[in-house]
Design a protein around this ligand. Structure first.
Ligand SMILES: Nc1ncnc2c1ncn2[C@@H]1O[C@H](COP(=O)(O)OP(=O)(O)OP(=O)(O)O)[C@@H](O)[C@H]1O
Length: 151
């Protein structure tokens, strides 16, 4: 999801390629077709169901493509003082972690600002990894975490 510009929430779908370890028929079986840059169709009877989103990225999409479409605009608007959230949602193994990893661009923009402004600016970056599983929130950076309380 992307929050920036005119729309407060944007929904971006990434269709992941099949696991290369799957054997023959399973590898080639699929039930989702990307029909345009904003729609996909899911096989169902009697006819496929079409869903539309702000953006649909097919199996060939690279990390760079996803980053340009989602990460870069959010990071740039954060550097202008706006709040931004990228939230990955999907079933186990659907590629949330794979898609979200990589923070270098944010740090390169911070370094650029520091070089420009020196001591006049200060940046604070915090990072947390949380998992919501079976309606419980886990801190993935704290192995002792056993379900965080939400007030
Ligand atoms: N677009 C992709 N292209 C190639 N491999 C992918 C892609 N997306 C995910 N994978 C691979 O699929 C596996 C599962 O992905 P990942 O761990 O990111 O899923 P997840 O949604 O974070 O799962 P979980 O909810 O269980 O943590 C990993 O081995 C990852 O490398």
């Amino acid at each position: 999801m992307e929050s920036s510009g005119d729309d407060s929430i944007r929904v971006f779908v990434r269709v992941r390629p099949p696991d290369p370890n799957l054997d023959g028929d399973l590898y080639h079986a699929h039930c989702v077709d990307v029909t345009s840059a904003t729609s996909l169709s899911v096989q169902s009877r009697p006819e496929p169901k079409v869903f539309t989103f702000d953006h649909v990225a097919g199996m060939q999409t690279t990390q760079e493509d996803v980053f340009s479409a989602i990460g870069r605009p959010i990071i740039e608007s954060c550097m202008c003082g706006y709040n931004g959230t990228i939230f990955a949602y999907g079933q186990t193994g659907s590629g949330k972690t794979f898609t979200m990893i990589g923070f270098e661009y944010l740090f390169s923009l911070i370094n650029r600002e520091i070089e420009k402004c020196g001591d006049l600016v200060e940046f604070l970056c915090k990072c947390s990894f949380l998992e919501i599983y079976n309606e419980q929130v886990f801190d993935l950076l704290d192995p002792a975490s056993s379900g965080l309380h939400i007030p």
